[in-house]
Design a protein around this ligand. Structure first.
Ligand code: UGA
Length: 462
């Protein structure tokens, strides 16, 4: 049965205990959500995390990153005794029949995936594998097509001829940050990539009580499905961003045009919101990876190069809007609402705001930054900005606009809609808002007296 989002808080750890032990290597985003999700489903889950700091937080039930509902699920999982965090990977390899690989695959300078942690995991598995015992290894990390087959080969290599009984499967993860727990329990589809039909039933057993269609494909197809899905989402966003540019020139409102396009069921309204470009750790990375893959196979990646270029240009467009609205940027106080790459997360990886900050500093602006969750991450990862006298970081949205000349909204937290705009208006020196995500109600904001600019609308003709 599909779980309604509003019913998420009613989920409790009362499900039947299943007599299967699952091991997870890597407690990053995917690993941690998979761990708490599977333990909720009744499995005994052992999780290995190599980062000692992270591990000690996890043992205390503290998530190293913000994700709605995760804390509650993590606490219940630990209290139920079905979830354990450990610092010995060998225990997982010895005790668990199913081993999920959830290690990071960051992108390298040459825009290909760094397979270092996967290689390390293969070596650990090979070193501790009990002879003859059947193990099913499931790759969850986002990887280039062909990885599962490589992984199996590498384990055999490290085994140096010792008896080995493993099968490597690829079950890509499609959860979104900010919706991860909900997405774990309600995937649109479950893709099981296998090259040996004998393990279909073993894997179906794990996923039988999810409310989602299961599709059985080869490992390489599963890996390509993941890469192509993210690339398609990126393409949809760059498509609507391009249409929003022509809307501005023609005097159209992108919101009307978007509705007219997206209500065609073949197109759909999801992932059709214009803005200042996609960020995060996945869409930009997978787009780069598919471009590299096409080049490697000598196929022209013209479509994906265009998607990337359109996305990269979004930030210049935003800068031009700011310059145009302010007339002179030097010495102005600019408030930025949004540090994380989107609402619902404190993740700042590839956030458009990170590109905007140096551009505005170069123009001579003073910046005041606010985000409901990401200020700490920002301070920790960019300590140089904490000591820059042209930047102030605040936890209070009203404080962020005192004497401000312009607010620029760069991510889409619902919190921004709930503020008292009369108060915001009073606190600003010149009440101008540039809404880079089109999230505010423009009629309401204009009624308050703000000069309000959105994406995909020609303000000179409206
Ligand atoms: C993405 C995919 O949506 C997940 O299915 C996938 O599992 C995940 O990558 C991954 O590979 O791990 P995520 O990176 O969490 O998830 O974020 P998205 O919700 O996809 O948003 C990505 C970016 O696109 C954000 O900057 C967002 O603001 C932007 N976006 C999204 C738009 O500009 N317009 C839209 O209509 C939707």
């Amino acid at each position: 049965m599909v779980l309604l989002k509003e019913k998420l808080e009613e989920l409790e750890y009362k499900g039947e205990k299943k007599d299967i032990k699952i091991g997870i290597i890597g407690a990053g985003y995917v690993g941690l959500v998979t761990s708490v999700g599977l333990s909720y489903k009744g499995y005994d889950v052992l999780v290995f995390e190599k980062n000692k700091e992270k591990l000690s937080l996890l043992k205390k039930g503290i998530s190293p990153f913000y994700e709605p509902d995760l804390h509650r699920f993590l606490t219940s999982a630990l209290n139920s005794g079905r979830l354990k965090f450990i610092d010995e990977v060998s225990q997982i390899i010895k005790e668990c029949k199913y081993i999920y690989i959830c290690v990071g695959t960051p992108i390298k300078e040459d825009q290909t995936y760094d397979m270092f942690f996967l290689d390390l995991a293969a070596k650990e598995i090979a070193n501790h594998l009990p002879t003859n015992e059947r193990k099913i290894i499931i790759i969850k990390s986002t990887v280039p097509p062909g990885t599962a087959r490589w992984f199996q080969k590498i384990i055999y290599r490290y085994r140096r001829g010792k008896k080995t009984n493993i099968e490597v499967a690829s079950i890509p993860e499609f959860l979104r940050e900010g919706n991860a727990i909900y997405d774990f329990f309600n995937p649109n589809r479950i893709i099981i990539g296998i090259d040996n039909k004998e393990i279909v039933d073993d894997l179906r057993q794990i996923y039988h009580d999810f409310p989602s269609p299961i599709i059985i494909v080869s490992t390489i197809e599963a890996e390509l499905i993941k890469l192509a899905s993210n690339t398609f989402l990126a393409t949809k966003i760059s498509f609507i961003n391009s249409i929003s540019d022509i809307c501005e020139q023609l005097g159209c409102d992108i919101e009307n045009v978007r509705m007219g396009i997206g209500l065609d069921h073949r197109i759909g309204l999801d992932f059709l919101k214009p803005g200042i470009g996609f960020g995060g750790s996945c869409l930009p990375k997978d787009l780069n990876a598919i471009i590299s893959l096409f080049k490697e196979k000598q196929i022209d990646p013209v479509l994906f190069e265009a998607v990337k270029k359109i996305n990269n240009d979004r930030i210049n467009l935003l800068l031009n809007k700011i310059k145009k609205a302010l007339w002179n940027v030097k010495g102005k106080n600019i408030t930025i609402w949004g540090i994380s790459f989107k609402a619902g997360t404190d993740d700042i990886r590839e956030s458009p705001t990170l590109k905007l900050i140096p551009m505005l500093l170069k123009e001579g602006a003073n910046l005041i930054l606010y985000d409901p969750k990401a200020t700490n991450n920002f301070k920790n990862q960019y300590p140089q900005y904490s000591v820059n006298t042209s930047i102030k970081i605040t936890e209070n949205i009203y404080e962020s606009v005192v004497n401000s000349n312009l607010i620029v909204i760069t991510n889409d937290w619902e919190d921004y809609k709930k503020v008292n705009f009369s108060k915001i208006y009073e606190l600003m020196e010149t009440p101008i808002i540039i809404d880079g995500r089109n999230i505010l109600d423009h009629a309401l904001i204009s009624e308050h007296g703000f000069e309000y600019y959105r994406i995909g609308v020609n303000h000179e003709s409206s």
